[in-house]
Write a protein that binds this ligand. Structure first.
Ligand SMILES: [Zn+2]
Length: 450
């Protein structure tokens, strides 16, 4: 498999050398060369397409979010990957193993409204949550595990006519009450810590906001853990006090294997990994580092994995709006974004992070971490000056700017990337290429001196 044009060229030139030794530079030789080149390019382009298409979709979804939330206080997503980060004097095209991305740009860090940041954040959060699970499974010198993880799901009865803000605020208040109850205070010493994830879907019965809480119970008996956490009656009481009803489905407690199944359900949820990265994930899964993945930390999943009748999560609403022209889905996304603005998506109980050895990472930093690349920065390609960048912002769409990254991934040749920028800016490419060479020379000289 070829991953860059350099590889194709070196492979083809090897083949060419052999052919030339036999037949010289006749037409037959060049035919063979061309065929090799064509095949190699075809294979490269196929891989490239495979990688590019899901990212194009995702960027288009980010564009939709920015459009839908324009002028609202949730509209920060419109600056995401557009504005230069504070104090930076140019946009770098950063080259990783197989991918490129823009460096020095501001990310919005919004877990609810930005499909790009939320993915990056989710992956960090999934890793952290996995650490907590691994800690729970670890055994002490006497062979006892640290804690038994139990997952509680809390929701309220909901219908098509519910006001989302009323429903969400009622749920939050009911949860607060549960954690202040006498019953909770009584069992609290037996709980090493807990994680609360706030999620929502929209289906035929309207909005379905719910909490998943993973409790780490200080016992190795799941039976005992389940008994301690039998808080159904309490939860229904808390709901009633908020004018809400549980209707028998408001409370669920899962243990043992069920937690594992539930947790790994979203492990492969990811629309835009290369086959190679998928392999890396499955390796990570086998090594036990990925199970918890997204269920409690993200709602991203492939459309093909959507379950019939399970409702759509906000990212799926955004997808349907963007790619299917579903305007109602767009309206629902706005409603959701307004109500969830400022709400916490994932909450760790006090002291749990220290207990399991997880450092504090803010959403902003996690969004920047961009673990999609799962690797080290190889090098920095071209640097686009602020002036050129802002001109690009005026003249091009997000998807057009993505072509810069795609060119970098396809060619690994800075001059080609530069030409793409010039093309997007509508400039005379040859002249600019000369300029670029001068800039590059100057920069190389200044690097040598620095
Ligand atoms: Zn963002």
């Amino acid at each position: 498999m070829f991953t860059s044009i350099e590889q194709i060229e070196s492979s083809v030139s090897d083949g060419g050398a052999g052919a030339r030794a036999v037949g010289g530079l006749d037409s037959n030789t060049s035919f063979v060369d061309q065929k090799l080149v064509d095949e190699a390019y075809e294979s490269l382009e196929k891989q490239h397409e495979l990688r590019s298409e899901p990212r194009r979709r995702l960027w288009a979804e980010q564009r939709s979010a920015a459009y839908l939330l324009k002028g609202k206080k949730q509209g920060r997503v419109s600056k995401c990957l557009k504005s230069l980060a504070y104090g930076k004097d140019g946009v770098n095209v950063e080259i990783y193993d197989e991918r490129a991305r823009f460096g020095n740009l501001m990310t919005c860090g919004n877990v609810w409204t930005c499909p790009i940041c939320s993915r990056n954040i989710s992956r960090i959060r999934a890793r952290e949550a996995n650490k907590a699970l691994a800690w729970a499974r670890a055994k002490d010198s006497e062979g006892f595990i640290n804690a038994t993880p139990m997952m509680m799901t809390l929701t309220a009865r909901h219908g098509r006519k519910d006001d989302l803000a009323v429903l969400v605020n009622g749920l939050l208040e009911a949860k607060r009450m549960m954690f202040q109850s006498k019953k909770w205070r009584k069992i609290k010493p037996r709980i090493a810590g807990f994680l609360i994830a706030f999620e929502i879907t929209h289906g035929k019965n309207g909005w379905h906001p719910h909490f998943h809480i993973i409790f780490f119970v200080k016992t190795s008996s799941s039976k005992e853990a389940a008994k301690l956490l039998s808080m159904k009656a309490l939860w229904l009481r808390c709901l009633r006090s908020q004018g809400l009803s549980g209707n028998g489905h408001g409370f669920d407690l899962a243990e043992g294997d069920k937690v594992g199944n539930y947790i790994s359900k979203f492990g492969a949820a990811d629309g835009f990994r290369t086959s190679d990265a998928v392999k890396r994930i499955s390796d990570a899964k086998r090594a036990g580092n990925w199970d918890l993945a997204s269920e409690i930390t993200a709602q991203h999943r492939k459309k093909s994995t959507r379950k019939l009748g399970s409702g759509r999560n906000p990212w799926e609403l955004l997808e349907d709006y963007t790619h299917e022209g579903d305007n109602q889905a767009g309206a629902l996304f706005i409603e959701f974004a307004e109500v969830f603005h400022g709400k916490q998506q994932l909450q760790w109980s006090r002291g749990l992070k220290q207990l399991v050895g997880v450092d504090e990472i803010t959403n902003e930093d996690a969004a920047d971490a961009d673990v999609e690349f799962l690797g080290e920065l190889d090098r920095i390609g071209i640097t686009i000056s602020p002036r050129d960048w802002y001109e690009l912002l005026k003249k091009t769409t997000r998807i057009q700017r993505l072509e810069i990254l795609e060119t970098a991934e396809l060619t690994d040749d800075d001059e080609m990337v530069w030409l793409k920028v010039e093309e997007l800016l509508g400039r005379d490419a040859d002249r600019e290429l000369d300029n670029y060479r001068q800039i590059k020379e100057r920069r190389e000289i200044s690097y040598q001196h620095s």
